[in-house]
Design a protein around this ligand. Sequence first.
Ligand SMILES: [Fe+2]
Length: 370
Amino acid sequence: MDDQTPTSSTQISPSDNVNHNVIPNSGRTVPAPIAMKDVEHVPSTRWSSFPSIPKIKISKISHMRYRHPSSGIKELITFLLDFGMEVVKQTDSAIWFGGYGIDQYVYYAEIGEEKAFLGGTWEVESWEDLERASKLGNSEIIELKDAPGGGHITTAHDPEGFPINFIYGAAPRPQPTKQPAEALQVNDEFSKPRKGAFQRFQPGPAAVHKLGHFGLTIHDFELQFRWYTTHFNLVPSDILYGQDENGKQFDVAAFLHVDRGKAYVDHHSFFFSVAASQHVHHSSYEVHDYDSQNMGHYWLKQKGYKPVWGLGRHRLGSQIFDYWWDPNGFMVEHYIDGDLVNEDTPTGRQPAGDESLAVWSEPVPATFLD
Ligand SMILES: [Fe+2]
């Protein structure tokens, strides 16, 4: 008999050790209460029972503020252009970078000596809110004479010393400087709306729309949680907890949204997470869709920038993420497809862990968790 001829012993039989119960993946969009049916719901008394003081009313997140060394400013500009921002204005002491949303700029870079995180910036509802923020920070209100759109700003510091800025009166962008990308018609296996038309792309950076959120690594969860939820209309969408050796649970991270009542807002505009060192973790910018995000990813990769983690899909907030290091070691993120919540959306609480971070992705790198 020819050695190559299969014999009955080499044929697959049902008794082989093959798991036939492998279930293909699936994805569904489900209402939040159903998606969270197996998750602990946190009652609002967790934050509303703190002594009541008049809150400083935030209307939305506005822009990030950083200081970058003058020696590396060309590299920073080149990176942020490759990241999908545009230079709106540049002076000897600062650069304002914009996206294509209603904000005149999403990233303010002060040109200085040492690099520094100068805080996220929140737009407040009224002049009175800005005055309250000024009182909270014991700091003056400064007119932004050079900034595109103008306005007034004041800076406070949280209990761990992180700066936090409040802006009021900045004019929105009069008209978009870039035409927003059009939504693609996508054919799946059953629904094929695109007939007789082709998908065509122009490679390049993923154009940034707006600042979506930023986050801090902190030391004292309770202190920070109390401060942020007491002074501002920031409400947790999700809380993560750890456990000590006796099984006692303690909260370690929170993702917070701006409470606008019935209006839907981003699942988180801000987060903090307990870690060994205190620093800004990352700031995150919305881009158009999955294709633009991927083209942006490969654009950055081909330019030789340092990736951190991505692409992947977050579990909490559902965003598809892509994290990168800027030339000065600040982490920035592109995201698409984030969840929206309102006052009727339950607040969830679940164990912290790598599995809480992503539905799909490469394993989370250690540098992301530092
Ligand atoms: Fe993020």
